[in-house]
Design a protein around this ligand. Structure first.
Ligand code: TRH
Length: 386
């Protein structure tokens, strides 16, 4: 499937601000560039432990070759770099500010590299106007281009590697494959149980949600990869620690703790579950490729800016639904993000499930009809400048 190797070289700079989204996005991006476009990718990363968490084969060495990518630690004192060492394309992920000495070397390269700032994902309208805009460097003859991922044609698109959706279909259309996949984590759901994955930030709506799940119409198996939400579930269960491999029961609800999974295994988990609670940026996108109902805990920002972002996404996501369904999905997402009282949330999700399942597929097909982020960026980077 992969293209023949090229002599093209790209550098990606990634700073881990918090959690796993920054490296989650950059790591997928880097792997896909190498695997599908044959590009020599060097990833400069300031926190290797974050990579190790999502990709356990990684080590903490200053340099390593991994999944077709050359990974280098990004130290505080950046190594001396010559113009020969500056590649054809430089990606600054999420405005992470590449080192000054590196920028100087970029400016001295006979043919300056294409320089992109890969932005955070947002469905807001303005991102379409800003997508591929340039900014001239104040001092050097260098141009930085802003590249916005997005859900619409006139944006950069979403990360979607080749073969992802066929992997999903293989798993979702064969019940025995799902059983097999789940059993690798010691998960053996009862027939007719709804399987839910739970990945979110601390969330004060959680207790209401669990109370209503406990008393709901359906048996639920809730799978919790290690993370911020587990202590709150333990408090709700009134236990000290959930142990891996054990099932905890309360009313209609059963819980199982999972380890934090390697990134590709986490995709498998999303494919296996009937409903996915996801967060941030990367798991949010992956849940959409899983084509199952999902509830997004958006990354909270100052002055509630994130709520505008949430609203913009929901407008797009629910565009093809009837008013009532639209409103229900909006109220579910806002209840989860704003603690508006979530006791109604579970029943609303259950009532909407048949329509929501269908909608998840339609939405996924719509997204899949667009080129992916890596393809778009590679294509754009090869366009002549003038
Ligand atoms: O971890 P996140 O909250 O990440 C971020 C950061 O907070 C970042 O600063 C912020 O700007 C951004 O969100 C919007 O959520 P996200 O983006 O979903 O990243 C999680 C990554 O972890 C994703 O690549 C999937 C991966 N993952 C695993 O590999 N294994 C697991 O078991 C789980 C639960 C997740």
């Amino acid at each position: 499937m992969s293209n023949p190797p090229t002599s093209e070289r790209w550098d990606i700079f990634c700073r881990v601000i918090d959690n796993f989204g920054d490296i989650g996005v950059c790591w997928r991006f880097a792997r896909q560039l190498s695997a599908e476009h044959g590009i020599h990718v060097r990833l400069w990363l300031d926190d290797l432990s974050a990579l190790k968490k999502i990709w356990p084969d990684a080590c903490l060495d200053d340099e390593q070759h991994l999944a077709g990518v050359y990974v280098r630690v990004w130290p505080d004192a950046f190594p001396l770099i010559t113009t020969d060492d500056i590649p054809d394309v430089v990606i600054e992920a999420f405005a992470c500010d590449i080192p000054d000495t590196y920028v100087v070397a970029m400016s001295q390269r006979p043919c300056p590299p294409r320089w992109f700032n890969l932005e955070y994902l947002s469905a807001e309208d303005w991102t379409q106007d800003y997508h591929t805009l340039n900014s001239m460097h104040p001092q050097f003859a260098l141009n930085k281009i802003f590249f916005f991922p997005g859900f619409r044609q006139n944006t950069g698109g979403l990360l979607r590697e080749k073969g992802l959706l066929s992997k999903r279909d293989q798993l979702q259309s064969h019940a025995d494959r799902r059983t097999q996949a789940l059993s690798q984590w010691g998960v053996h759901p009862h027939e007719n149980s709804l399987i839910v994955s739970l990945f979110s930030y601390e969330n004060s709506a959680l207790h209401d949600l669990l109370d209503s799940m406990k008393q709901g119409d359906r048996t639920v198996l809730c799978l919790i990869p290690d993370g911020k939400i587990r202590p709150a579930v333990e408090r709700w269960l009134k236990i000290d620690t959930m142990h891996e491999g054990e099932v905890y029961r309360s009313g209609q609800l059963r819980f199982q703790r999972l380890p934090f999974l390697p990134q590709d295994s986490y995709d498998t988990l999303l494919f296996c579950c009937d409903i996915n609670f996801v967060r941030g940026e990367d798991s949010f996108v992956r849940a959409q490729w899983a084509a199952r109902p999902f509830i997004w805990h958006i990354y909270p920002q100052e002055d509630d800016v994130h709520l505008e972002k949430l609203d913009a996404f929901l407008d797009l996501y629910t565009k093809r639904l009837k008013d009532k369904e639209k409103q229900t999905i909006k109220s579910i997402f806002f209840a989860w993000n704003q603690n508006l009282g979530a006791s109604h949330l579970w029943q609303e999700i259950l009532d909407l499930l048949p329509i929501w399942n269908e909608h998840s597929h339609t939405w996924c097909q719509q997204l899949n009809s667009q080129a992916d982020l890596v393809e778009n960026l590679v294509h754009f980077s090869r366009k002549p400048l003038y």
